[in-house]
Design a protein around this ligand. Structure first.
Ligand code: ATP
Ligand code: MG
Length: 488
């Protein structure tokens, strides 16, 4: 046992070619680890440090429980040793304020210095996040892991992990190194563009394989395991893309949306403007599909500054994504209801009502439609990735990883939107009055320092979850969402 541990340690050192600073940060982490271990055992990481501040960055906290990282008896490859090594650390959640402050510090600390800090933080934080989620892919049911599309996704993650750890020992003071790193990050992001669709395709391939075996219904353990995984996997993907895009926009050739933006973050995100933009886009899609669309009736209440547009620090693309998905659902419900025998006459499509309310603590967006609501029997399945009342694209002959089918009918709209809302500690809830209509509520945090990333952590109890479907396992300063991924 000890021999094996020594072998892993020495291989890990080889794989990482640890630099002096890297080793120092490990010892800082071990100190933190001791403190963590003495406190009550928890599946949640310590509160965020200040990783992108002007101080030197360090690896996130080491895990209180050393996770048994491999079931395999045979020798591990250097790659696997490196993955195991990074998976022993918790991701470090960042708040919107930290992202913002770091972006603003460019003008005082200089772009080059900040690029170095960002490089030093990301070359450890990205492999930690990648490794944590890669360990979970390995715990998926074997029949899902063996699907061609799942294998492609696994390959992309492995490749990107290797692309980043090769910088473990690079000199951050070398301009060329940081510039090449920035270029590589953009390539990694492009490589992962189709991850959501490809992973969805993997699940479809599994369902098709089960059908071919004469099993039309997926067993509940497999279904729950997939649901649990996808929530965590897609959340980690959102977070990794956020880190990469912040870096490439601040230090690469990509231009932010406006001079006001700090990377993807708009310090004065105009909520109403984003919602209207999402409505216009969804309306165009609706018109193509149904040759009609409901109007938008919008009201905005700013209790902080009366008469002033409701603005907040946020990532507009995230809010756009959420509201676009909600508009599509609402429009589909309204238009399809109008075609039902006792539905609404086409000329009188009821509008979609949106109310935006900003207080000192929260921004709440309520979207109400009169599309007939959702039966109570369907409510528990709403956020299930495999639940949709639209025709399932099962059986489409698609080459894995290429020409991926459209998302419509996958049932990804609501679960993904909820992840975007929760990523910075907001939420998304749906209420229905069957026979009448649906209310969807988006909750966001007004204060950017309380809006910190909610990140999945791979640990022992998560491993048990994949076997027993029951645990927490998110890295966050609050544990509010731990229970929400449980199934009773
Ligand atoms: N406003 C709504 N009114 C009525 N039913 C709704 C509403 N919103 C969601 N639903 C129901 O919930 C299901 C899941 O919604 P979700 O957005 O996750 O997936 P989808 O719309 O079917 O597909 P897509 O992945 O394209 O969004 C829908 O198929 C629909 O049956
Ligand atoms: Mg939808």
């Amino acid at each position: 046992m000890r021999k094996a541990a020594r072998r892993i340690d020495s291989l890990a050192r080889k794989a990482l070619v640890a630099s002096t600073w890297h080793r120092r940060s490990l010892s800082i982490s071990s100190l933190r680890h001791q403190r963590l271990a003495s406190s009550a055992a928890t599946d949640f990481a310590s509160s965020p440090s200040a990783p992108l501040s002007t101080t030197k960055p360090s690896l996130g906290s080491a895990k209180a429980d050393r996770v048994p990282l491999s079931d395999s008896e045979g020798p591990l490859s250097a790659e696997d040793v490196a993955i195991n090594h990074y998976a022993h650390f918790n991701p470090t959640p960042m708040s919107i304020k930290q992202f913002l402050d770091f972006g603003k510090s460019l003008s005082t600390n200089g772009k080059e210095f900040c690029a170095q800090s960002s490089f030093e933080f990301l070359r450890t934080e990205l492999p930690v996040r990648l490794a944590n989620i890669m360990k979970e892919i390995q715990l998926l049911p074997q029949n899902l892991q063996s699907q061609p599309s799942t294998k492609i996704v696994q390959h992309w993650y492995r490749q990107s992990f290797l692309d980043v750890i090769k910088y473990a020992d690079a000199d951050p003071h070398e301009r060329k190194v940081v510039a090449k790193f920035t270029e590589d990050l953009a390539k990694i992001r492009n490589r992962h563009t189709l991850v959501v669709e490809t992973m969805a395709q993997g699940v479809i391939e599994l369902r098709k394989a089960l059908l071919d075996e004469g099993k039309p219904v997926m067993d509940s353990a497999t279904r729950m395991s997939i649901q649990y995984f996808l929530d965590r996997f897609y959340m980690m993907r959102i977070s990794i893309r956020m880190l990469i895009t912040q870096h490439t926009m601040l230090f690469g050739n990509e231009l932010p949306f406006s001079a006001r933006h700090i990377g993807t973050i708009d310090p004065e995100c105009d909520i109403q403007a984003v919602i209207e933009d999402a409505y216009t886009n969804a309306r165009a899609l609706c018109e193509t599909n149904y040759e009609k669309y409901p109007e938008l009736r919008l009201q905005c209440i700013n209790t902080v500054e009366e008469g002033v547009p409701a603005k907040m620090v946020y990532v507009p693309s995230h809010l756009f994504h959420i509201s676009f998905e909600l508009f599509k659902n609402a429009m589909r419900a309204v238009c399809e209801r109008s075609t039902e025998p006792l539905g609404i006459a086409d000329a009188h499509l009821p509008p979609i009502d949106v109310v935006i309310v900003k207080t000192a603590e929260d921004v709440t967006i309520k979207m109400s439609d009169f599309g007939g609501g959702i039966p109570q029997s369907n409510m528990p399945k709403l956020f299930d990735y495999m639940f949709s009342t639209a025709p399932t694209p099962l059986g489409g002959e698609v080459e894995p990883g290429q020409n991926v089918p459209a998302m419509a009918g996958y049932g990804y709209g609501l679960p993904l939107s909820r992840l975007y809302a929760r990523y910075f500690h907001g939420d998304l809830q749906v209420y229905s009055v069957h026979g009448y209509g649906t209310d969807a509520l988006i909750y966001l945090k007004t204060l950017s320092d309380s809006a910190s990333e909610l990140l999945p952590v791979f640990n022992k109890s998560v491993m048990k979850q994949y076997r027993a479907q029951r645990t927490h396992g998110w890295s966050s300063s609050t544990s509010k969402f731990g229970q929400l991924v449980e199934w009773g």
